[in-house]
Each structure stands twice: as C-alpha cells, then as structure tokens.
Ligand binder design. Structure first.
Ligand code: B12
Ligand code: SF4
Length: 499
C-alpha cells in the first residue's frame, strides 16, 4: 500500500522537540513525514515572501493528508498565520499546534479551522487515520474544530502520555527535512547532518522530560497544568538508557561537540538515577554539556556527579531578590535562602563550570524596596558567576498576562516583544519613572551586566553607599542609562567577552 504523506512545519527554528517527536511517531506508524523548519525573523512575512519560497512550500505540502504547523513562541504566531494563508486554498486540512495554540486557542481558532491543545503524537495519528478514511474529525480529543456549520467544537484534552519511553527517538533524519535558504530565496533539503547540531556550533539539544513541578505565573507550564487539571506538573522523565541511545544516534549522525539538556529543571532525578546517568554519559558520550537548575534542586552530591560527567555551564533562574515578588507575583516556590544555599554549592565548582544566574527586571508590581532587595541578594551571591537580566515578557495565555490585563497594567494592544525591543522598551519606560526607582533599576542592571567582566565591576558596585543614594538628578539618570546601553551593546558585540 502506498505510504501517505504528512507535512509538519516549525515556525520556531530547528530545535523544536515537539515537531521532531510527532514526526518520529508518525513515521513509526507508517507515514512519510516531511518537516520544514522556519526561523524567527522580525519581518518574517516580508523575508519569506518570495515566489521561490512560496512555490517550494506548496510543492512539499502537495498531496499531504494534513499539514501541521507548530508554534511554541508567541513572537512566531504571525508567521504561522502567514504560512496558513498561503496554503489554505490547497484544500488540505491544516492544524495549528504547539504551546502557543495550547494556551491561546481562542485567538488561534479565529485564523485556523483546526487547533490542537496539548500533546500532539496521538492526536495527529487519529487525525490522519480519520482523514484517510473520510471520517469526521469533529470529536477528536485535543482538537478545536470549526465544523461545517461554522461553530467551534471544543474537545477536551486526552490523557497525557504516561510513559514517554513508548515514543520513538526524535526525528533527526535530515533526508526528509527542509529549511529556508533566505539568501537564495528558496527552500532547500538539508544537505548533510542537521543544522540543529552542525550550524549552531555543534550543539545537540535534548529534552529528557515533560512537565515541571513548579508553576510560575509567567510561564506557559502553569497554563498547561491548568488545562490538564494539575497533572502536567507531575514530571514525566524519559528512561536514561533511551536518552543515552538518542545521544549515540546524534553523535553518529552529526558529531556534535556539545550537549544542551533543555529540560525545564534537570536535576529532578534522584541521586541514584543521576549517578547512573552520569556514569553512562561519561562512558558512552563524554561531551561537555549544559543544563538548567532551580534554587531548590541543587545539591552538592548531584552537582558532583554532573560536573564529573562533563557539566560545563549551568543556568539558574533567580528572577528576583524579593521574596514578596517571587512568592506573590511570580508564584515561585523559593526563598532567597534557597538561592544562596544553591549558590554556595555552585561556587564550590566555580573553577570547573560557568554559572549563570538569571533575573527578570522591570515588573510593574515591583516596589523600590523589592529592587533594593534584589541588589542586596546579588551582593551576597558568592563568586564566580555570570548574570543575565531579562525584561519581563508577558506571554498571552499565562496567568501573569491575565493579571496584568485585569489590573489595567497592560493595554489591549500589548504586543509580544523580541529581546532587543524589550530592552529598548525597558530603557524608554525607565526614563518615565520616578528618579529613585529609575536609578535603582539602572544600578541593578549595571551590576548584572558587569558580571560579564568576571565580577570585577560588580565587586566595585557592592557598595552600600550606592544603594542608599536617595536623590539623583534626572539628567544624570538619562545620561547614564544611555551610556549603559551603549557600553552594553558594544560589549555584547565582542564575543570574546561573553561566556
Ligand atoms: C526547549 C525550549 C527552547 C529551546 C528550543 C526552542 C524551540 N524551538 O522549541 C531554545 C533554548 C532554543 C528556546 C529558546 C527560546 N524560548 Co524556549 N522553551 C523551550 C522549552 C523549555 C521546552 C519546549 C519543548 O521542547 N518541550 C518539549 C516538547 C516535547 O513539547 P512541546 O514543544 O510542547 O510539543 C508538544 C505539544 O506542544 C504539541 N505540539 C507541538 N507542535 C505541534 C504541532 C502540531 C501540528 C500539533 C498537532 C501538536 C504540536 O505536541 C508536542 C509533542 O507532544 C519551553 C518550555 C516548556 N517546558 O515547554 C520554552 C518556551 C517554548 N520558550 C519560550 C521562549 C519565550 C523562548 C525564547 C523566545 C526566549 C528568548 N526570549 O530568547 C527563545 C526563542 C527561540 C526562537 N528562536 O524561537 C516560551 C514561549 C512562550 C510564548 N508563548 O512565547 C516557553 C513556552 C517557555 C515559557 N517561558 O513559558 N526555547
Ligand atoms: S521553574 Fe521554570 S519551567 Fe518551571 S514553571 Fe517555573 S519558569 Fe516554568
């Protein structure tokens, strides 16, 4: 029997674990699956709007049972709509899935006729089977479907996949993958290896679990957990032997030089499990790697295993030094004491690993007091470390977004910003603040950015007198914020100064 074709399109670049998992699953069920990877562009519609690209997309999509468009990032949602608008006349069902449609189905169904909420493996299989048999898809769990009569049928989500190990390894077979060559204005088959690994400096990104035990108000996980009635926070971990298996395949296919574990919180496994994983990893893979940790999951034993196995970079979200903000606004289950306890442990490995602490700045609910507390926390974090500051991004569908909307802190025209836009907006808004808050933000920003200089400058800034300054002339604030942005941008350009 002729194998049926399905096309998946990622609007979020090459990593996209979800698409790779769905693709591998559908292949294992006997389908031919093509994947097209788009990458983020500020003006995607313009960049991709070339006759060569449009023709090539239609050529790949032609004769598919259905097309699945995958979008996790809100910033890429206009691209998904643009793609859909260029293929919808082809009379092929198109389903929009991923984190963005999962937490914003009402918005998405305005543009698409089929939207998927939640995990995509079994729903796409059922969708394909029903479409091939000519059966109705109106009642497929996870799907929101616009029926022939025009009304939207909102089906409940199906059960989460309890055992992730029944899924095949993610699809990294580049012979069925396409990407956009913007310079030439065409879609090309990936020639050799996989840009996920070869293009991005030889890094292979692996996701070893689904879900997160924490439910921070600004994160998509909280909204997804609500959809699944509290079951998403029960983290489902993949078997460590299968993770090693995946890495062995990746090493064979693309020979990466670095591994990036993108699990929301990596050290959630027990000490014994982590010990076993680390010994297998060292024996079979032995590549430097990075992972994410949280303030309550770091222990000396776990760190020792990980560092011995090749851990080189570790990132930890601190977000704020104010327990009030972390608890009441971000709903993070951590205290400053947890942060400092973890930081002391991480600093013991400081000569072998790079530690990056991440902070969220510029939250409307933050009071002067909260900013000072963050400055004071930073002063207590032991060296060596690097810090990163992010301006608060409110993802549509997240609890914090809804809170901002209800409280009137957010205009209905709120637009998701890219990092650069968010940075600029931050500095513009800082200019409108009261002097003292403005100055404190600036001080905090400088402290965080200066950690790029190996703490020398932030050491200088660890001076109480700076925090105690009460009145600063406005002209000083403007001038110094301008100088900070300039210095920061200049330093960012010098890659050798960045870890
Ligand atoms: C890994 C990861 C990354 C990786 C890879 C990104 C990528 N392309 O997916 C990296 C590190 C590169 C990354 C970067 C960023 N990320 Co990120 N990232 C994640 C993370 C931790 C895991 C995603 C993942 O792979 N999950 C595992 C897979 C198996 O699940 P899944 O993707 O949800 O897929 C399932 C379903 O959604 C569904 N599905 C998916 N696609 C489709 C398609 C169809 C047709 C169907 C039917 C179903 C379906 O089925 C899949 C399998 O069951 C998530 C948080 C999270 N825990 O999910 C954030 C997350 C996706 N990232 C986020 C953000 C903001 C970013 C950045 C913009 C950060 C920044 N400011 O730089 C960048 C942007 C990158 C870019 N250029 O687009 C946000 C997006 C929020 C939003 N609404 O915009 C998230 C949700 C985290 C959060 N804060 O809430 N990220
Ligand atoms: S710990 Fe990280 S991944 Fe987990 S809910 Fe909070 S922000 Fe999201």
């Amino acid at each position: 029997m002729k194998r049926q074709k399905i096309t998946l399109i990622s609007t979020d670049g090459f990593v996209q674990h979800g698409v790779r998992s769905i693709s591998a699953f559908l292949k294992s069920e006997g389908f031919d699956v093509n994947v097209i990877f788009f990458t983020y562009e500020k003006d995607a519609e313009e960049v991709y709007n070339s006759p060569g690209i449009l023709k090539a997309i239609r050529e790949i999509v032609k004769d598919s049972v259905f097309v699945g468009i995958s979008t996790n990032m809100q910033v890429n949602s206009p691209l998904a709509i643009w793609i859909y608008n260029h293929i919808k006349d082809m009379n092929i069902p198109v389903v929009w899935g991923g984190i963005y449609p999962t937490i914003n189905p009402d918005d998405c169904i305005k543009h698409f006729d089929i939207v998927c909420r939640g995990e995509g493996e079994y729903v796409t299989l059922e969708l394909a089977q029903k479409l091939i048999k000519g059966n109705s898809i109106d009642r497929v769990p996870n799907l929101w479907v616009r029926s022939k009569g025009g009304e939207v049928i909102r089906n409940q989500p199906r059960e989460l996949i309890a055992d992730l190990d029944i899924l095949p390894l993610p699809d990294i077979d580049s012979s069925t993958h396409y990407y956009l060559n913007k310079e030439e204005g065409v879609i090309k088959k990936i020639p050799r290896g996989d840009p996920l690994m070869s293009g991005a400096g030889g890094t292979y990104c692996l996701h070893g679990s689904r879900g997160c035990p924490f439910v921070c108000s600004y994160c998509s996980n909280k909204a997804i957990d609500t959809l699944y009635c509290g079951k998403f926070r029960r983290v489902r971990k993949r078997n460590i032997n299968l993770i090693i298996e995946e890495l062995k395949v990746a090493v064979k296919v693309a020979n990466p030089g670095f591994v990036w574990f993108s699990d929301d919180v990596f050290p959630l496994r027990s000490d014994e499990e982590l010990k076993l994983f680390c010994s297998l990893y060292k024996k079979h893979i032995n590549l430097p790697f990075m992972c994410y940790v949280s303030p309550t999951t770091v222990s000396e034993t776990k760190m020792k295993y990980l560092v011995d196995a090749g851990l080189k970079v570790v990132e930890m979200g601190v977000q704020s030094g104010s327990d009030y903000i972390n608890k009441n606004i971000y709903e993070r289950q951590q205290t400053n004491e947890d942060v400092l306890r973890s930081a002391r442990i991480l600093s013991k490995f400081g000569n072998r690993i790079t530690v990056r602490y991440q902070f969220i700045l510029f939250n409307e609910y933050e009071r002067e007091k909260d900013i000072v507390e963050t400055i004071n926390l930073i002063k207590r974090i032991p060296s060596p470390y690097f810090m990163q500051a992010f301006t608060l991004s409110l993802f549509k569908g997240s609890e914090l977004y809804n809170k901002y909307l209800k409280s009137g802190h957010l205009s209905s025209k709120y637009k998701m910003l890219t990092y650069t836009e968010a940075d600029l907006a931050f500095w513009r808004s800082v200019g409108k603040m009261s002097n003292r808050k403005h100055y404190l933000y600036m001080l905090l920003w400088v402290m965080i950015q200066s950690s790029r200089f190996g703490n020398k400058v932030s050491g200088f800034l660890k001076n109480d007198r700076l925090v105690k300054i009460r009145r600063v002339p406005t002209w000083f604030c403007y001038l110094s914020s301008f100088a900070v942005v300039l210095i920061y941008k200049a330093v960012s350009l010098k890659r050798w100064l960045i870890p």
